[in-house]
Ligand binder design. Structure first.
Ligand SMILES: Cc1cc2nc3c(=O)[nH]c(=O)nc-3n(C[C@H](O)[C@H](O)[C@H](O)COP(=O)(O)OP(=O)(O)OC[C@H]3O[C@@H](n4cnc5c(N)ncnc54)[C@H](O)[C@@H]3O)c2cc1C
Length: 395
């Protein structure tokens, strides 16, 4: 690993730190977690503040309004925003981290001119319409159909697990445009405005009682051919472009939050008493917290190694898969330990009895989704087995 901070990177850190310390204390309270409209406004406000201060689109190229930051500067940005407890990217996630980067590489000049500034300023929220009831890990099996009719595609079918589908303005969507070719070769990438006639967005309630996801149904929805990105039937390649853009930084904020959560847990253990002694007096519990903190440190080192490699070679490589797999499992153990410590209080997702239950119970439930989103743990294991261990490929 040769990740070292240059003078320029250190001064970037200080400039950002100064700005964050001047604006964070002025921010309004975050809306309630189920106030999706309020949260959209809050996320957009923060994105606009970043834009006005010149910190929006940290890893987007300068010619498209970004900062053109290196992976190391991106890491600094994530470290500093997390340290200052700045708002998370929130509902701007898909626009900034998926759709925007794809448009930068693949879209027409008109598409870029219209969409990229609106994403950077937090004016347009995007969602991702990739997964379907029969196509998740095996995404290329997707069957939502788009049939060409003059200057339009006519879309019929269903998408599922569409995060922020109920608040988004646009959807980056994969559709099946040819059923007579091998499955990867009959897919097209479309920009779909939300709320078109024939579109039905139905929020799904999660284990937490929240409605972060939606099902989206399409009944002969007409989308102009001009909204296509890339060639017809070349959508699989277009979708893969996005993956090469993040270069190891996807879970850095998460990771820093988890380190904070582990430290909070140690403090909590000193406050919780059982049979006249604090939970911290239990050597077994101290050892469990210590082990989790040590493993988080090890994963942090792996993150820096991955980013350092990405800076040198442009690719994270399978180190990214190892990280994702280990992190999802570690976060799950951290959550279990918190539940054990909180005992009956862990039945409440809202803070109760002067204990920070929300952060830990939410963290435990969130850990479940980490083993599924962005490639399930089983799929990560397959990749590690094939690409690192050289085991035979899955049939
Ligand atoms: C928090 C979160 C946000 C999401 N947001 C979006 C979004 O905005 N847009 C979107 O399109 N999708 C989104 N998804 C969906 C996500 O991409 C899928 O859930 C994921 O790809 C897994 O697909 P699946 O749910 O269909 O499970 P499946 O692929 O059906 O998997 C079911 C089980 O089978 C296992 N399995 C599957 N294939 C293999 C294999 N080859 N070898 C071994 N085991 C295997 C899996 O590991 C899993 O345990 C989100 C999911 C989560 C959790």
């Amino acid at each position: 690993m040769d990740l070292q901070f240059t003078d320029a990177e250190n001064s970037f850190r200080l400039k950002l730190r100064d700005w964050l310390s001047s604006v964070i204390p002025q921010l309004p309270h975050e809306p309630h977690r189920n106030d999706w409209i309020g949260r959209r406004e809050y996320d957009s406000m923060w994105q606009r503040m970043l834009f006005d201060a010149g910190f929006a689109g940290i890893n987007w190229p300068r010619e498209y309004g970004g900062l053109g930051a290196t992976p190391t500067e991106h890491l600094i940005f994530l470290e500093e925003t997390e340290r200052a407890r700045a708002p998370y990217v929130g509902q701007n996630f898909v626009g900034l981290l998926h759709a925007g980067p794809t448009l930068i590489t693949e879209a027409s000049a008109e598409q870029k001119a219209f969409h990229l500034p609106a994403i950077l300023k937090g004016e347009h929220i995007w969602c991702q319409g990739f997964s379907e009831p029969g196509a998740g890990s095996d995404l290329a099996s997707l069957s939502c159909r788009a049939i060409r009719d003059g200057d339009d595609y006519v879309i019929s079918g269903q998408k599922i697990w569409t995060s922020f589908g109920h608040t988004a303005d646009y959807c980056e969507m994969l559709v099946r445009t040819d059923t007579d070719v091998p499955k990867h070769r009959g897919i097209t990438w479309l920009i779909v405005p939300m709320g078109l006639p024939g579109m039905d967005v139905r929020p799904l309630r999660t284990l937490e009682g929240s409605t972060e996801f939606c099902e989206v149904f399409f009944d002969e929805v007409r989308v102009p051919v001009a909204n296509r990105v890339g060639d017809e039937n070349d959508g699989w390649r277009v979708a893969m472009v996005t993956l090469s853009f993040e270069r190891g930084t996807a879970f850095v904020s998460e990771m820093l939050q988890s380190m904070e959560l582990a430290r909070d847990l140690a403090q909590l253990a000193k406050r919780v008493t059982r049979n006249g002694v604090t939970a911290w007096d239990d050597a077994g519990l101290r050892r469990d917290i210590g082990r989790i903190c040590a493993e988080l440190d090890a994963l942090w080192a792996l993150t820096k190694r991955n980013i350092s490699q990405a800076q040198r070679t442009g690719l994270v490589g399978p180190g990214g898969n190892v990280f994702k797999l280990a992190y999802a499992e570690l976060r799950s153990r951290l959550g279990e330990l918190a539940m054990h410590l909180l005992d009956r209080a862990s039945l409440s997702i809202d803070d109760i009895a002067d204990l920070p239950t929300h952060a830990h119970v939410h963290g435990r439930i969130h850990a479940l989704s980490l083993g599924i989103a962005a490639g399930t743990s089983q799929v990560q294991r397959n990749i590690v087995a094939e690409r690192i261990l050289g085991l035979p490929k899955e049939r």
